[in-house]
Ligand binder design. Structure first.
Ligand code: ZN
Length: 319
């Protein structure tokens, strides 16, 4: 249904019709949320655009711990294509990894710049590990345990780790850019919302407990508490975990409900956003003899339009 509405929104580009379609989408979102686990949540209205220094990055887990989590998530059948988090959290790891191609990367102009691999494969820059490691830097800084908060076993930490990674992979995909372009936000521009995620660098702690009143999760500005039943890291499907994580992350980045970012992004993350995570990510460091092209790869619509134009001009299509 939502996919259908999305298609309609693309097809009906006249402004009045588009507005109607957007309103319809919002109604669908609301109905689906009410069905989903009877969402009830503590109010946490963050109206300020947060400054990076107010995140939890000063309390980072060790690099060894992050590497262990990356290795465990990679070895799991559940997340074969996840993005490693260590090189993004620890920039010195990333820079060491990319040392051989550092000069070539300076030629890249934007996320759509075409990279020509030695085997003639053309890859848009957004689909590379090098883009991912430099954008959407939103990560789990540490796991907090003790007192009223549960211990989080390593297997559960691994799922939380994969949750944060798949969320970033989803944001790298052009589907997220398209989502921000078709949404109507309150007191926020579309460009501003996209930019705040793409250029964000946010470390957030994760902890869990039985939250009184059974909300799914609570955002605290520097971190997130997940309910140990409603959003159990060991048992809940990744789709639901990523959706809730997207909602709470957006709070921590300064978006109150009234901005129209948190619920919509959580809903979009569940579907179709999560479905977009199934794409190959190219590590350019593995093919240092690459070439950076100045022109972006043409989108499919442009290619189809050019093909039709050529066909009409050469008489293959009846008028
Ligand atoms: Zn909320």
């Amino acid at each position: 249904m939502v996919a259908l509405v999305g298609l309609l929104a693309v097809a009906l580009s006249r402004k009045g019709l588009l507005m109607e379609t957007v309103e319809l989408t919002a109604t669908v979102v609301k109905a689906a949320e009410e069905d989903d686990d009877k969402v009830k949540e503590e109010l946490f209205d963050v109206d300020l655009i947060r400054k990076p220094k107010s995140d939890d990055s000063k309390n980072l887990m060790s690099k060894e711990e992050a590497q262990k989590l990356d290795a465990a998530a990679k070895a799991s059948d559940e997340f074969p294509d996840f993005l490693p988090m260590t090189p993004m959290i620890f920039p010195e790891e990333r820079n060491a990894h990319d040392a051989e191609i550092a000069d070539r990367l300076k030629e890249v102009r934007d996320r759509n710049t075409t990279i020509l691999l030695p085997d003639s494969t053309k890859v848009p820059f957004w689909q590379t590990l090098q883009y991912a490691n430099r954008h959407f830097e939103i990560y789990i800084s540490r796991f907090v345990e003790g007192g009223q908060f549960d211990n989080i076993p390593f297997e559960n930490r691994t799922r939380a780790w994969a949750m944060s990674s798949l969320f970033r992979k989803m944001l790298c995909h052009p589907g997220f850019l398209a989502w921000t372009k078709e949404r109507v936000f309150v007191d926020r521009t579309r460009e501003g919302v996209y930019k705040s995620f793409e250029q964000g660098r946010e470390g957030q702690f994760v902890r869990r407990r039985d939250i009184p009143g059974a909300p799914l999760a609570v955002a605290h500005g520097r971190g997130i508490t997940l309910d140990n039943i409603m959003r159990n890291l060991g048992m809940k499907p990744m789709l639901k975990l990523v959706s809730t994580y997207a909602h709470e992350v957006s709070h921590n980045m300064g978006y109150a409900h009234k901005t129209q970012v948190p619920y919509p992004i959580g809903y979009w993350a569940a579907k179709p956003g999560f479905d977009l995570t199934d794409y190959k990510v190219y590590d350019l460091a593995e093919t240092p003899n690459l070439e950076v092209k100045s022109q972006a790869i043409r989108g499919p619509y442009v290619s189809v339009a050019l093909f039709l134009l050529a066909a009409i001009l050469s008489g293959y299509v009846d008028k």
